[in-house]
Structure formats: C-alpha cells, structure tokens
Design a protein around this ligand. Structure first.
Ligand code: C2E
Ligand code: CA
Ligand code: CA
Length: 777
C-alpha cells in the first residue's frame, strides 16, 4: 500500500468535503433555477394564450355587431331583394370599412355569389368550395381557409323577413394581424391547417414553410447537450380542428439568463473550492505541525537525548498535554536507561564492575603502554560454604570480600585511574594495577603486594556474628610480558588460577606457553568428544593380564583404553583421561568402556574363554547418581554376572569425595561387584581408613614395584603392605613387574597377583587369547 502523509490525508478530506458541499449546492441551485425558469415560461405561454383567445373573442364580438347591423339595414335588405348589386356592393364596402373587415361576401339563397368586397381578386370556385365547408353556427365566429389565406369569419342569413341570402363577414389573419397578436402576447404565433401546413406565422410571415422548422429548431449549447429554441403550445382554434394555433415562447433570453446564472454559480463554486483547498492545507498544517515536533522528539529519544528544553508552539490543550507527557516519558526513559546501563555494567551483588566492563576498563588501562599487574582471586571451596552455611551467608562473604578489595585499592595501593577491579564470576575477583603505582616497581615489591593482598583477604570475616576464615588462591599475570590485550590476559590469569588449583598452590604466576597448552587441551577434548560420538575405531581397549601366583594361571585382565587418532597420532591415556575428567567427558567415556568390555566378555563366553575384567573408573563416575543403575542395566542387557568384573579406583580419587565414594563402594559390595584400590601407596590414606573400606583388593602402585629388585626400601614397603593387606583379608596385586627378580621377590612375599611388562604388555583381545594359549596359562 502506498504511504500517504497525515497532512495530505487531512487536506484531502477537507477538500473532498468542500467539493461535495459545493457540488450539492450547485445541483440544488441549478435544479431550483431550472424549475423556476420552467414555471416562468409556462406563465408566459399561459398569459399569451389568454391574450390570444381574448383577442379573438373581441374580434368575434366586432364581427357579430357588424353582421347584426348589416342584416338589420333596411336599405341593404331592399337592395338584396331587388338585386341592386351596385347598392349592395357599396353597403358591404361601407360596413367592412367601418369595422376594418377585409372580407364581406353575399350569396343569394341558391348559393350564387351576389357581391364581394375584398382587396385581392378571388378564385370563385375556391371561394364556393371554402364557403360550402362553413357551418351555420349562429353568432360564433369560425375560421375559413381560402387560397392559403386564413380568415376569421361569421356567417349570417339575410332575412326580409324570409331568408333572401347569406352574408359572410371576416377579418383576414394576415401579416398585420399576426404582428399585432405577437405584440400583444409577446409570443410567436403560427397558424396551421388541419394538414399541418403553415397558414401564417409571426416567425416568418413571408416564407411560411420555414416557420415550422424554426419553431422545432434545436440549438447546441456550450454544455454538451442540445436544447429547443422555442417552447411551443398548440391551441385548437375551432371545434372541427381545422385550424390550430401554435404559440411559441423564445427560450434564447431564458437560456442566456440561465447560463449566466450557472456560470456565476460555477465561479462561486470554484472560488469556494479553491479557498476551501487553501484552508484545508492550512488546517492540515496546523494539525500536523505539533505532530512533526513530537516526531522530532521521538527521533531525539532514539538518539539517546532524553532531556528536552524546547517548548512547543501550540496552545492546544491536548497537544500541550502530549508534549508534557513526552517530556516526562523522556525523563523516565533516561533514568531507566541509566539503571539498565548500571545493571549491565556492574555485578548486582557487589556493585563492582562485571566481567565485560572489567575487560573494557582493563583494555583502557593497557592502552597507556605501561606495565600492568593482574591479580585474579579465587575463594577456595566456596561451594562448600554455600552448601554448609547457605547461599545467603555465601552472598555476604562475597560482598565482604568485595568491600575488602575496594578498601585495599582505594586505601593503600593505587589511585583510581591506575587501577581496575571487579568480579569475574561466582567466587572470582580481579585486580589490575599499573606497576608504576606499586611501590618500588621491582619484582620483589610486586610479590610483597601479592602477599599483602593475600594477607588482607585472609583475615577472618565477620558475617552475621560468625567469624569465617576464607582461603584463597591467586593467579598472577603481567602485561606486556604475558600478553598485551585484555582478553588474552584475562584468559591467562584464569589459567594461572586453574594451575594453582590443580597443583594445590596458593599463588601461581602465569608462565608463557601455558595458554597454548591450555588451548591444545581444549582441542583434544573436542576431538575426544568426536571420537566418542563417531565410535569409528579411534578408541579401543587393550587388555593386560594379571597372573595368579597361587594357581599360576591367568584368570583376570585389566582393561586399558587406547586412542589412536585418524591421523595415526597416539594419545597417551594418562593425558586424555585427565582432560576427560576435567571436562566432565569422563562419564561418557566410562560408559563407552563399559559397553566395549561387556561386548568382549560376551564374545569370550561364546568361545569358552573365562576371564574376569578389571575396569578403571574415576571418582566422578562413582559420584554420578545414575552410574550404578547404568552398570546394572548394562550387565543385565549383556547377561554378564557381577562376579565377572572388578572396578579399580585410585586411592587419590577415594580421598577426593570420601564419604560419597565410600557409600558407593558399600553399594557395589552389596551388589556383588568387587572393587580394588589402584595406585595404592602414593596417596595419603591412613591404614585405619583402609580398614573401613568395603574393598576386595589393593593394587600396589608400580613406582614401588618397578625397581623392587634393587631398592631395599621398596622391598620393605611392599612386603609390609602385602602383609597388611592379607591381614585385612584383601587380595594384593603388584603392578609394574618388569623382571623376573621382582617377580620372585613378590612370590616370596606371597603376593596374590602380579601384572607387568615382564608378564605381558597390554594387547588386543585376540592377541591376548593367543598369548594365553601359547603360554599355556
Ligand atoms: P593404571 O590404571 O595404573 O594402569 C596401569 C598402567 O601401568 C597402564 O598404563 C599400563 O600400561 C602400565 N603398566 C603396566 N605394566 C607396566 C610395567 O611393567 N611397567 C610400566 N612402566 N608400566 C606398566 P596405561 O595403559 O598408559 O594407562 C595409564 C592410566 O590411564 C591408567 O593407569 C589409568 O589410570 C588410566 N586409564 C587407562 N585406561 C582407562 C580407562 O579405561 N578408564 C579410566 N578411568 N582410566 C584409564
Ligand atoms: Ca588400573
Ligand atoms: Ca595403577
């Protein structure tokens, strides 16, 4: 739809209104004047007709009198009786002269012409024929057409006392007569015969025939239609319809008048229309001007200018109110925008800068090309504070720390322009300081500064009448040594904190290259994810046998995962298992391993091979709420009994989430699934702990076994550990047996199982089976 402006809409509507009004006025006026004109013409014709009829009846009276006088004239009667034609003629002439009658005829009783007075010579036969058509109507006049001439006549018998003849007296309706009539009636008069021939007409007395065409003539007009020149009315002049008079009113004058009227109305209409149009443009402008200034306001709002000083040049109450509400809307938007802006830039809990704002502020600080010290602070075990004391206390701790950071920056170290600080995330804060603002600027003073920060933060925090002792980790980065843009530096200071966490240190400086290793680790995690999803043979299981020293047979193997990337690169399991644990991918990976192992067990069962498999699981697996259900479901699905498998978990993993893991170990024990403590000896579990654990087996870490034959201390530790294990009713496995001497030592210690390269390296399932057959295990 095409777009129309409000202004032209208003102008269009108003002009339309004016147009319709003036057209209606015009129509009403012209209709009224047309009818008025019609009525006037009717009146003119009516009165003309009356005059015409009056005129004829006056003439009739005149004829009557003349006839009566003539027929009563004794001398005339005598002259008729005696046939004295000279006297008759003179009497007739006298009488006709007296009343100006053009026709005076006398017939004898037999109908022969006796005398005639007429200016023009008459055809006698014609006369006789015409007279024979006359009726005896007493004193009523009638019309006589003779030789194309028209007369008004009266016929009277001449009695003496008996009828001796007939007298006819009449007026000729000639040019003079008709022009007299025209003058009296103010109309054109035309007489027609019963055959519709023009007898005489005031229109053209000479050329009679043309009269008819004149009265029926039409004229074309400046308006596109034609109109009659005359308005005609027919009058029957006698009872026998022998003569008809047509009275014609000329319309020329009327039309001229009417046209003048119409033109003036049109002109007035045009005037109204154009002034209406101008007025409506003006009105539209008047209406839309305030709208335009409001539109300007909204545009300014869109540009973020919310304060309006300008006034509106319009006194209308509505417009004023609208303007005022716009102004107050501007104020409200401004304050709301400021609020939103504040919220988007700050951390709502502490009021410190959030990560985004901090990044920007740090960028500005770095732009000064001065050295910057970045300190990322992490509260250790913050989750347990939330868990134990509740989120509200946790929030108060965060706020307390924020206040300390703020005081510390503002109070002792730097000017505000030399520092940035804010909250990076849940339990992480960041401080950025220009080195110039750190006393002495050397690396010693920087260390002192960090120690200072740590000391101030670590002071016990009073929260709701409690004294809470928080512990922290600090990651440190330096610009430009460790990077020159805010994003890199923030990532690297985070890496420093991560490393501190991983290596359980309080303060950790970022070392160049750690970032790349970090990125590589991220890449490996992605690739591992893909390998798990594609399950296209990149991942597979190798099996390492455990030799039962009592039976000298292989009845158990350990499943060890392998990853050979499509490009042939071999990724060591220690490395990617660690990454899988950090990224949470371990759950999926263990699921995959369990399924692969169960399939292998089914396959071996089909080939009558009866081996138990030990599976390595991490603490995350055991902590996962649905791990045991998953394991049971899969055992059920593959129809593998619980005795066929053992789960290995490292001593360190047990310590990580002791209570939960112990409860899981109890559950596993109840389900009939054996568990084994892996890498035993390098963790810090106490002997009393070992007593509590519902386990079947301990695996002495290979670091004690690999050089067992050489190292007396190792021999002592291993010997006593085997002893202790046995006393607790546990089976003991030694892994990492690399030579016969070590094997012999372990045999002498009564170790239950040995595992190591000396027996066999981890191999594929098929190779393992062949190896067992070949070696008769
Ligand atoms: P681990 O559970 O302690 O596995 C034993 C490791 O010692 C294996 O290394 C094995 O090849 C190696 N080993 C065995 N005998 C000898 C020997 O005589 N000398 C030496 N020097 N080493 C020997 P591998 O296969 O590289 O696995 C490393 C670690 O990766 C495993 O240590 C385990 O913690 C982890 N891992 C391997 N497979 C899995 C798995 O499927 N799941 C989980 N969660 N971890 C696994
Ligand atoms: Ca193991
Ligand atoms: Ca081990």
């Amino acid at each position: 739809m095409s777009q129309v402006s409000f202004r032209s809409k208003v102008a269009f509507l108003c002009s339309g209104f004016v147009l319709i009004t003036s057209i209606s006025f015009l129509l009403v006026f012209s209709w009224n004047s047309t009818t008025l004109t019609q009525q006037q013409i009717d009146k003119r014709i009516n009165s003309g007709e009356n005059v015409l009829l009056e005129y004829f009846s006056a003439k009739e009276k005149l004829l009557n009198t003349a006839a009566k006088v003539l027929t009563a004239d004794f001398g005339f009667k005598q002259a008729v009786a005696t046939n004295d034609s000279a006297t008759i003629t003179s009497v007739l002439e006298n009488h006709s002269n007296r009343i100006n009658a053009e026709l005076m005829i006398l017939f004898d009783r037999e109908g022969d012409l006796v005398s005639i007075s007429h200016s023009k010579p008459l055809d006698l036969d014609e006369l006789k024929k015409a007279v024979s058509r006359l009726a005896f109507t007493g004193l009523t006049a009638q019309f006589l057409v003779m030789n194309q001439n028209l007369y008004e006549v009266i016929v009277l018998p001449v009695e003496a006392p008996r009828v001796i003849g007939y007298a006819i007296i009449g007026f000729a309706i000639n040019e003079k007569f008709i022009s007299e009539l025209k003058r009296l009636t103010a109309l054109e008069i035309t007489f027609l015969s019963n055959t519709n021939e023009v007898l005489i007409s005031s229109l053209d007395p000479i050329n009679r025939e043309s009269a008819l065409s004149i009265i029926e003539q039409k004229v074309s007009t400046w308006l596109l239609f034609e109109r009659d020149l005359y308005r005609n009315n027919r009058i029957n002049m006698d009872e026998n319809f022998n003569v008809t008079a047509v009275v014609s009113a000329s319309l020329i004058e009327t039309y001229a008048e009417f046209d003048r009227f119409i033109i003036s109305i049109l002109l007035i209409g045009l005037l109204i229309l154009s002034s209406g149009f101008v007025l409506s443009r003006f009105l539209a402008k008047k209406l839309t001007d305030p709208l335009f200034s409001l539109v300007k306001l909204t545009k300014r709002f869109a540009n973020g200018e919310y304060t309006i000083y300008s006034k509106i040049n319009d006194e209308t109450i509505e417009v004023k109110e609208l303007h005022e509400s716009f102004v107050s809307m501007g104020k409200q938007i401004k304050s709301r925008e400021q609020e939103i802006l504040y919220q988007s830039r700050h951390d709502l809990l502490t009021g410190l800068y959030n990560r985004q704002t901090l990044t920007n502020a740090l960028s500005k600080l770095l732009n000064t090309n001065e050295k910057v010290l970045l300190i990322a602070i992490n509260i250790r075990n913050f989750r347990s504070i939330n868990d134990v004391l509740g989120a509200a206390i946790g929030d108060l701790c965060i706020k307390g720390i924020a206040v300390r950071i703020e005081n510390f920056i503002n109070g002792s170290i730097a000017e505000p322009t030399h520092s940035v600080y804010g909250r990076l995330g849940a339990d992480e804060f960041l401080i950025g300081l220009k080195i110039a603002s750190v006393n002495n600027k050397n690396s010693e003073s920087m260390k002192e500064c960090i120690v200072d920060v740590m000391e101030r933060l670590s002071q016990s925090l009073g929260v709701e009448e409690m004294q809470i002792n928080l512990k922290f980790r600090i990651g440190v980065c330096l610009a430009p040594e460790n990077g020159n843009n805010a994003h890199d530096l923030l990532r690297r200071v985070n890496i420093a904190i991560d490393t501190a966490r991983r290596e359980n240190e309080a303060v950790r400086y970022y070392k160049n290259g750690e970032d790349e290793a970090h990125l590589e680790r991220l890449l490996i995690v992605d690739e591992l994810k893909d390998a798990l999803h594609q399950d296209d043979g990149q991942l597979y299981i190798n099996y390492q046998p455990k030799l039962n020293l009592i039976t000298q047979r292989i009845d158990k193997v350990e499943a060890l995962i392998r990853w050979k990337k499509k490009n042939g690169q071999f990724i060591p399991p220690d490395y990617f298992i660690d990454l899988a644990e950090r990224s949470g991918l371990i759950i999926e990976l263990t699921h995959w391993v369990i399924c692969a192992i169960l399939k292998q067990l089914v396959n071996w069962k089909e080939h009558n091979i009866n081996l138990k498999i030990a599976i390595n699981v991490s603490s995350q697996d055991l902590s996962h709420p649905s791990f045991l259900d998953f394991l049971l479901q899969k055992l059920d699905e593959y129809k593998v009994s619980t005795e066929q498998i053992t789960l290995e978990i490292t001593e360190r993993d047990i310590m990580e989430n002791e209570d939960l893991i112990i409860s899981r170990l109890i559950q596993l024990n109840e389900m009939g699934i054996a568990t084994s403590i892996d890498d035993y000896g390098i963790g810090q579990s106490s002997l009393s702990k070992l007593k509590q654990l519902p386990i079947k087996e301990i695996k002495i870490d290979k670091s004690f076994i690999m050089k067992l034959d050489e190292d007396k201390k190792d021999q002592f530790i291993v010997g006593s550990t085997i002893n202790l294990g046995h006393q607790l009713g546990l089976s003991v496995v030694a892994e990492g047996v690399e030579n016969e001497q070590s094997l012999d030592i372990l045999r002498s210690y009564k170790c239950d199982y040995i595992q190591g390269y000396y027996i066999s390296r981890p191999t594929s399932a098929d190779e393992l089976v062949n190896w067992i057959k070949d070696n008769d295990y």
